[in-house]
Design a protein around this ligand. Structure first.
Ligand code: BGC
Length: 347
């Protein structure tokens, strides 16, 4: 009796042990488990990009391949994000996609990924080159910031050329800028290149002020209200680093009941659902499409290729490990195609 019991226990232990081991090896074969963490769920563009990414990953779910995603948002805390990366690794993710809270401090995340030998794709918030060089299994997917500033400048130059913007007729355009986070590559470079482009196009500019509003609509409304308080009707052009802040600026003018004739023209970047609608309605004179569908598609393609080892050749890298998806100009003429395109995405 005792012997039989012992045998049963031994067999059980053996079986349990075997299936435990077997599970890990057969389980991960044919499985792409993507661990995602992004800096803040209050960010409109990131929310839309993550939705696109989930859809793109779903498209890779075929009979042979099982693709799953675990998505976390870090609520603006670097510490939380580091813990999330640990959790995603422990949960068995075999590729990581990280939208850094602090783009200047990715070392801990790179270390964790390297120790577990899990490829690491940064997106939208670009680490500095020095950090990208820490490990050869790090990648970056984003968009060429300079181009977004250039396109915003070209759109604005066209509208200015058509007339009506220089309301005081002094031959110069009095403008203000709403900027994203101070150390974000897109904020710094967009601001610089939009102004350069307008100047290159021969537009005489007079900068009245700039304010940092951290990509955020409510903050932008606040800052814009202060600037209106200081400059009253003088502001002729509002250049915003993203659509949310451009909308915040429009909100400020609406709250003060400014008429069409006394308002500046507004330009954004992103082409979020709200931004595109605002271009259609004429609240924004134009925006620059931050191509979230294409960024999501290439990130999904790269995630799958890094895990399966197949398909890397089909991806167009710059500097071996960077992918920059081009921006597109949006104005009243073509906005409908972008609205249709965004709505075509499955929910
Ligand atoms: C987008 C912003 C967004 C930021 C977040 C930028 O590329 O234009 O709307 O808030 O990324 O990192």
């Amino acid at each position: 009796m005792k012997k039989t019991l012992l045998m049963i226990i031994l067999c059980g232990m053996l079986l349990f042990g075997l299936s435990g081991c077997g599970e890990t090896s057969t389980d991960t074969a044919g499985k792409v488990q993507v661990g995602v963490t992004y800096y803040n769920q209050t960010d409109t563009f990131l929310g839309e990009l993550i939705d696109c990414f989930k859809n793109s990953l779903e498209e890779h779910n075929t009979g042979e391949l099982e693709v799953t995603a675990m998505v976390r948002e870090a609520a603006g805390s670097e510490k939380t994000q580091n813990e999330q990366v640990r959790e995603l690794i422990d949960a068995g993710c075999n590729v990581l996609c990280v939208n850094l809270v602090d783009r200047a401090d990715p070392s801990e995340i790179i270390d964790m990924a390297r120790e577990s030998d899990i490829p690491l794709i940064f997106f939208n918030r670009e680490p500095v080159e020095e950090d990208m060089l820490q490990w050869e299994q790090t990648y970056y997917v984003g968009a060429p910031a300079r181009q977004s500033g250039q396109m915003q400048g070209e759109l604005a130059a066209d509208v200015i050329r058509d007339g009506g913007v220089d309301r005081n007729g002094d031959g110069r355009i009095q403008y203000v800028i709403l900027e994203g986070e101070a150390d974000h590559q897109d904020a710094i470079i967009r601001t610089e290149s939009v102004v350069n482009t307008l100047q290159e196009k021969g537009v005489e500019l007079e900068k009245l002020d700039y304010q940092i509003a951290n990509w955020n609509r409510a903050q932008a409304q606040n800052r814009m209200r202060q600037m209106i308080g200081q400059f009253h009707d003088e502001i002729e052009l509002v250049l915003s680093n993203n659509d949310d802040m451009a909308m915040g600026a429009v909100d400020a003018y609406n709250a003060l009941n400014y008429t069409e004739e006394n308002r500046p023209v507004f330009f954004g970047v992103d082409g979020t659902a709200v931004g595109l609608q605002a271009v259609k309605d004429g609240d924004l004179a134009g925006t620059v499409y931050n191509d979230k569908e294409a960024q999501a598609n290439v990130m999904a393609q790269l995630s799958v290729a890094l895990v399966t080892g197949e398909g890397l050749d089909a991806i167009a890298f710059e500097n071996e490990r960077y992918i920059y998806v081009p921006y597109l100009k949006v104005d009243q003429e073509n906005v409908d195609t972008f609205i249709e395109r965004s709505e075509a995405r499955p929910e």
